[in-house]
Write a protein that binds this ligand. Structure first.
Ligand SMILES: [Zn+2]
Length: 496
């Protein structure tokens, strides 16, 4: 049986930090004005935090790589322990009066420690919040759409494959709509409660709502205006791309399906969420006589395996002088969908376990160029984790949520260059002429430029849900209203 964290905590740190404990047991007010006491407090936090976080990560990992009731129970238990721990330290961090403290690092760490997110919720609310969150995640990743007389198709890989490769408008609409019917209808009844509990947690942390708490992580008072301005700057380029793609789809599907003055129907863009459009490059190619080489086919001909794809990313990253993935990574990661029939969450993610070099990736890898590039992105997260292992756990997160994502993306962008792919034997043509280069660049635009309005839309929508501007009865309607406004993309007869 596991030792309770409180016991471990005391066992580990008691001797070493007796002086602080003495005051912490019965803290006199003076202790919270004292910078040396604050330093001791932060030092005291470090070791048990690693243990508590590690146990929580292990339990979560066990659940998402083997979805069973037992694993779920265990994960919930560890989450409660982690939250109690955060609450204990967060509320004490709040007592320090830091105005006259000299060391900016101490001030910053104390202020970060105060933001305990959902751990601020009372235990019953926290349990409910975790139940809802897990229910939503599991529903999302395990939902299947069934053919009338045939097998049922999960999102990964089957439905995603249809969205990417089918050019049959009816089949695309079927996959797009049925998946939403299955997932949306199950999640919708609990989503409002999730929003309420999220806001409650945010308010305990001193924020107006959960959107405000999320935005605070960027440490900018003008985040919303800045994003709006950046988005407006991009808009002319995006609208050109949008019009060009709409015209290409019009040529392919005809006027029944595409209105040259209207929004693009979401199911035709090669992706379940219409977030990246690179899968329809074949339809939109400016110079169709010079199609890019089919790298997925080349990979398959060369008998690539998922592990080789990760090694490839590792080679690239170490060639930049960065750190290699440690031996544990290769043993403990889940690099492909298990063949033993276990139910797992396939959505790709990178994990830090707060213990030495224990970092992992979970991904149901398919041998495709998209997955190869997505692996470069995930390995960017792993690199980030490896680089911050020597820092306090308080600093073991991205400088901002966007910055951490950008590290992976910048690595992916350079890995996808013609020069690099050629050097790795994934292309055979030595040079690109200018037409091939334009084809290549359009592919990048379909992936990257198209993504920006989508991600902006997701954030603006969620902020409005959290601040109450968008209420339950108009979730769906307002999503599509915003989508029409921001990205001109429309949903077809979606379930509400
Ligand atoms: Zn990422």
């Amino acid at each position: 049986m596991d030792l309770p964290w409180t016991f471990l905590l005391v066992l580990l740190c008691y001797g070493q930090l007796l002086p602080w404990l003495r005051t912490a047991g019965q803290p006199s007010l003076d202790a919270f004005y004292n910078e040396t006491q604050a330093k001791l407090f932060l030092k005291f936090y470090e070791q048990p935090a690693r243990i508590v976080f590690n146990e929580f990560m292990e339990a979560t990992w066990n659940y998402v790589t083997n979805i069973t009731k037992r694993n779920r129970r265990n994960m919930f238990q560890k989450e409660v322990e982690r939250s109690q721990f955060m609450l204990y330290f967060g509320s004490r961090a709040r007592l320090f009066k830091t105005d006259h403290f000299q060391n900016p690092d101490v001030k910053r760490m104390l202020s970060k420690l105060q933001n305990i997110d959902k751990s601020a919720l009372p235990t019953e609310d926290l349990r409910e919040y975790n139940r809802i969150l897990t229910y939503m995640e599991t529903t999302y990743s395990t939902a299947e759409v069934c053919l009338d007389e045939g097998p049922c198709l999960p999102l990964e890989p089957d439905l995603e494959e249809i969205m990417a490769t089918s050019r049959d408008e009816k089949e695309l609409l079927w996959a797009w709509q049925r998946w939403r019917d299955v997932v949306g209808r199950q999640i919708r009844p609990v989503f409002e409660h999730y929003v309420q509990l999220s806001n409650k947690a945010a308010q305990y942390n001193g924020y107006k709502d959960m959107g405000a708490l999320w935005r605070a992580k960027y440490e900018s008072n003008t985040l919303e205006e800045d994003l709006k301005r950046l988005f407006d700057e991009l808009q002319p380029l995006y609208l050109n791309l949008h019009a060009y793609v709409r015209r290409s789809l019009f040529r392919y599907y005809g006027p029944e399906v595409i209105d040259l003055q209207g929004p693009i129907p979401a199911h035709l863009l090669g992706n379940m969420w219409a977030q990246s459009w690179d899968n329809i490059l074949d339809i939109a190619l400016p110079y169709p006589k010079k199609p890019p080489e089919d790298i997925t086919k080349i990979m398959k001909n060369q008998h690539w395996k998922p592990e080789k794809m990760f090694q490839e990313a590792n080679i690239f990253i170490t060639s930049l002088g960065l750190l290699p993935a440690p031996p544990e990574f290769w043993v403990k990661s889940m690099l492909e969908k298990p063949a033993d029939g276990r139910e797992v969450e396939c959505h790709a993610s990178a994990w830090n376990f707060y213990r030495g070099n224990d970092v992992r990736i979970k991904k149901c890898t398919e041998v495709t160029i998209e997955d190869l590039l997505s692996i470069f992105h995930q390995m960017g997260h792993i690199q980030y984790y490896l680089q911050f292992q020597n820092l306090s756990v308080i600093y073991q997160e991205g400088a901002s949520p966007a910055f951490e994502e950008a590290v992976g993306s910048v690595i992916t962008l350079s890995a996808s260059s013609h020069k690099h792919l050629l050097s790795r034997g994934l292309l055979s043509q030595q040079h690109q002429d200018s037409e091939e280069e334009v084809n290549f660049l359009l592919g990048i635009a379909l992936e990257k430029i198209a993504f920006i309005p989508f991600s902006y839309l997701v954030d603006v929508f969620r902020w409005k849900v959290f601040d109450g501007t968008i209420t339950k009865s108009i979730y769906n309607q307002e999503w599509w209203n915003l989508s029409l406004h921001v990205s001109p993309i429309s949903g077809s007869d979606v379930a509400s």
